[in-house]
Design a protein around this ligand. Structure first.
Ligand code: ATP
Ligand code: MG
Length: 281
């Protein structure tokens, strides 16, 4: 029995360079692959997390709101209309994801982070957020497909900051591990895997992934500039942490049926982080 966590990247389900535009063809195709797998699944469970892509992005940039694991300035009263707008925009995308999943027979159920999640402690690497009251695991065990998303949440230091879909994947996969579940995470994004220069890496050991992380630009994303929540660097950091905790971690674009293949087994159109065996170098 496996708990699958699928991250539908904003870079894959929204149109690049266009504000607030869903990539309907891509979203439908990914939902169909999930639906085809779900139809036959027995015993395994699924949690879907999606990113925001171009929804809320412009306003987030304007205000200068940051991912809660990064330094930022406290949100002031004048920023609050913008905070409300970001939340509304990501909810629009969220409703569309739910609808497309319902249309293929997946019982997708909304678990918005805002009322249930807040960052803990001070901003900085390794910062934690308690997601237990989001009830993702409980809902997945009972056969629904909980769907949550990157959004603005409360922050004891900054008042409000962003929790990205990748953070939510990290915390829920760790929660699954602690509960003794076998966990597999599939990051679906606009590129078919982790690229070094022009070359996609098939299998990456955590040690090599960490070296690569050092060479990647800080927060490089599909949006080309430094990302509000950390882009590919955060995704890789999360993957390393999870792989070391025993989670199977895969990166793919989900094209050519590769999301379905990863749900069923393995696809060749992907990069995966392979945990090192003790003593190996
Ligand atoms: N070395 C790299 N390997 C793979 N992707 C890279 C690399 N450098 C930059 N990228 C870009 O980073 C993207 C993933 O980060 P990004 O945050 O933009 O997407 P996302 O997480 O899918 O979107 P969102 O944060 O809205 O959910 C990839 O799809 C790709 O465009
Ligand atoms: Mg991202």
């Amino acid at each position: 029995m496996t708990l699958y966590l699928v991250k539908l990247g904003g870079s894959r389900i929204t149109l690049p360079g266009e504000e607030k535009r869903v990539d309907g063809t891509s979203l439908r195709d990914l939902c169909c692959q999930i639906g085809k797998w779900w139809e036959k699944v027995e015993g395994d469970s699924l949690i879907v997390v999606h990113g925001a892509g171009s929804f809320g992005h412009k306003e987030a940039k304007r205000i200068g709101i940051r991912g809660g694991d990064r330094e930022g300035r406290p949100i002031e009263k004048k920023d609050l209309p913008g905070i409300a707008l970001i939340h509304r925009e990501v909810r629009e995308l969220h409703l569309r994801v739910l609808k497309d999943l319902h249309e293929v027979g997946v019982p997708a159920y909304s678990h918005p982070p805002y009322p249930f999640v807040s960052w803990q402690g001070s901003p900085g690497a390794g910062r934690r957020a308690d997601i237990t009251s989001l009830k993702l695991l409980q809902s997945a065990r009972w056969g629904l497909v909980p769907v949550t998303f990157g959004d603005v949440v409360e922050d004891p230091s900054l008042r409000y900051s962003v929790i990205s879909g990748d953070h939510l994947i990290c915390f829920s996969a760790m929660e699954g591990c602690r509960a003794g579940e076998r966990v597999k995470v599939i990051f679906v994004m606009s590129e078919r895997g982790i690229r070094e220069g022009e070359r996609y890496l098939r299998e990456i050991k955590p040690r090599v992934a960490r070296e690569l992380l050092g060479r990647l630009g800080r927060g490089v994303s599909s949006r080309g500039e430094e990302d509000v929540t950390g882009g590919i660097s955060l995704k890789l950091k999360v993957g390393i942490k999870l792989a070391e905790a025993g989670v199977e971690v895969v990166y793919t674009d989900g094209r050519e049926g590769s999301l379905y293949e990863e749900l069923k087994g393995r696809s060749s159109r992907a990069s995966r982080i392979i945990k090192e065996v003790k003593g190996e170098r």
